[in-house]
Design a protein around this ligand. Structure first.
Ligand code: GDP
Ligand code: IMO
Ligand code: MG
Length: 423
């Protein structure tokens, strides 16, 4: 059962890209399972820093095959650009294969994303405006165009014409917005598809063949469990399942083939976009975390909201995803704090809460219950062994692993490959 899932346990940007890169050497294949170009995975290597949106973070490891699985929605222009950029930087991208079942994010999806956000006004989700939500909506309502459709021109034209017609009815009559020009869209698609077409294949077959040969695979998720469409902070979520179950589905792997579920959590909380965040720090402390952690979105450049570690959310994602071990990243960001805090429950006007409720209005007025402890006030970025971590840092790690319910086996003390301590 040699599959390992690497998933985010919070609201995204936990360092999944870094962990995938670090573990890629132990696997033959890395499969990206969900999300689209809303994701931004940063990997710092000796060849420089790479920001990947669609291509699996295993790509920076020369010996690893990479797959974009059926659960991903693909913006062809972004993918074509990413392939070009990697090739220009000397990365051999011929190792990439793309699922013929993956859905395509079309420019009209991005247009709808923007129009729907505008229409929500103060209730906006704060999406990345990449068209992910509308593309997944089309997938589920069976209006999607898939990668396999790029392989047959007659089929593509026929399906695209139907979809453009129905989208234009919405643009014209609901939003009074500019309609899609079929000819232009088709031309653009042909241009973007050119370098991508040879990579399209039934990847679930490749994945299963690799597992059958007894080789290891890594499944790289995008986003984080608290952005899950079912168990996240709905509606302030993404439109896919960034969970261990979603990872199986998106990669083409059965739950019984998974051996490890590595939950990546950062040592505090961040969130981009709207939605509740009971541990948010709106004053200086939050700004210090943002500055020290360089907490600005990889995809949109937006400042990320910051706060103390939310143990309630972490416990929920640890349990629902069967996290077997934890990578705790960005611990170094907390090096300068005299006191560090973890939220272990919410005090509500009518009692206590130890899970994230479905009805987010029920979180209004939630007061975090803090487990605060003395910080370690010591630079950890030069440390290369878990044992050398300061005692107070180890105690902090203990509080977090008790909250998640799985052992912390990796600790991040900086973005570079060597700044990952294995316990
Ligand atoms: P992902 O979306 O989960 O892959 O995470 P992102 O790449 O969006 O955000 C994580 C950011 O933190 C990136 O800029 C990483 O280079 C950086 N990073 C990862 N691990 C560490 C760490 O342990 N310490 C510090 N200081 N930065 C880290
Ligand atoms: P990675 O893989 C952080 C957030 C958006 C918004 C919500 C919905 O880098 O961790 P969407 O565009 O998906 O419809 O936006 O989800 N979001 C992310 N936040 N990291 C991500 O990806 C995210 N992908 C989506 O900010 O709040
Ligand atoms: Mg990210």
């Amino acid at each position: 059962m040699p599959a390992t899932i690497i998933m985010g346990g919070q609201w995204g940007d936990e360092g999944k890209g870094k962990l995938t890169d670090a573990l890629a050497g132990t696997a033959s294949m890395v499969v990206r399972a969900n999300g689209g170009s809303n994701a931004g995975h940063t990997v710092k290597t000796d060849r420089g820093t790479f920001k990947l949106h669609l291509i699996p973070s295993g790509m920076l490891n020369d010996d690893v095959d990479c797959v974009i699985g059926a659960g991903v929605v693909i913006d062809l222009a972004t993918l074509a650009e990413e392939l070009r950029d990697l090739a220009n930087r000397g990365i051999d991208t011929s190792r990439l294969r793309i699922s013929d079942r993956a859905h395509i994010v079309l420019p009209y999806h991005a247009q709808l994303d923007r129009l729907e956000e505008q229409r929500r006004e103060s209730e906006e989700i704060g999406t990345t405006l990449r068209g992910n939500g509308p593309a997944y909506a089309d997938k589920v309502s069976r209006h999607g165009i898939r990668m396999c459709d790029l392989l047959d021109d007659a089929i593509l034209r026929r399906k695209l014409a139907i979809e453009v017609d129905s989208k234009n009815a919405i643009f014209a009559n609901v939003f009074r917005a500019e309609e899609v020009d079929f000819k232009q869209l088709y031309q653009d698609l042909m241009e973007w598809a050119e370098p991508i077409r040879p990579l399209i294949t039934p990847t679930e077959v490749l994945v299963q063949d690799t597992l059958a040969e007894g080789k290891n695979i890594l499944i790289e998720c995008a986003q984080g469990a608290m952005l899950d469409i079912d168990y996240g902070t709905y509606p302030y979520v993404t439109s896919s399942s960034p969970t261990s179950a979603g990872a199986c589905q998106g990669a083409g792997v059965a739950p019984t083939q998974v051996e490890r579920i590595l939950g990546v959590y950062k040592a505090y909380s961040t969130r981009v976009g709207a939605g509740p965040m009971p541990t948010e720090l709106l004053e200086d402390t939050g700004e210090i975390i943002r500055r020290r952690g360089n907490e600005y979105g990889t995809t949109t450049g937006r400042p990320r909201r910051t706060g103390w570690f939310d143990g309630v959310a972490a416990r929920q994602s640890g349990r629902l995803n069967g996290v077997t071990e934890v990578a705790l990243t960005l611990l170094d960001v907390l090096d300068t704090f005299e006191t560090v805090s973890v939220c272990t429950g919410y005090t509500m006007p009518n009692g206590e809460l130890h899970h994230v409720p479905a009805q987010l209005d029920n979180l209004i007025g939630a007061q975090p219950q803090w487990a605060s402890s003395a910080g370690w006030m010591q630079d950890t970025t030069e440390l290369r062994s878990f044992d050398d971590l300061p005692l107070n840092a180890k105690m902090y790690i203990d509080v977090i692993q008790n909250q998640i319910g799985a052992p912390v086996t990796y600790v991040g003390v900086g973005p570079a490959r060597e700044q990952l301590l294995h316990r």
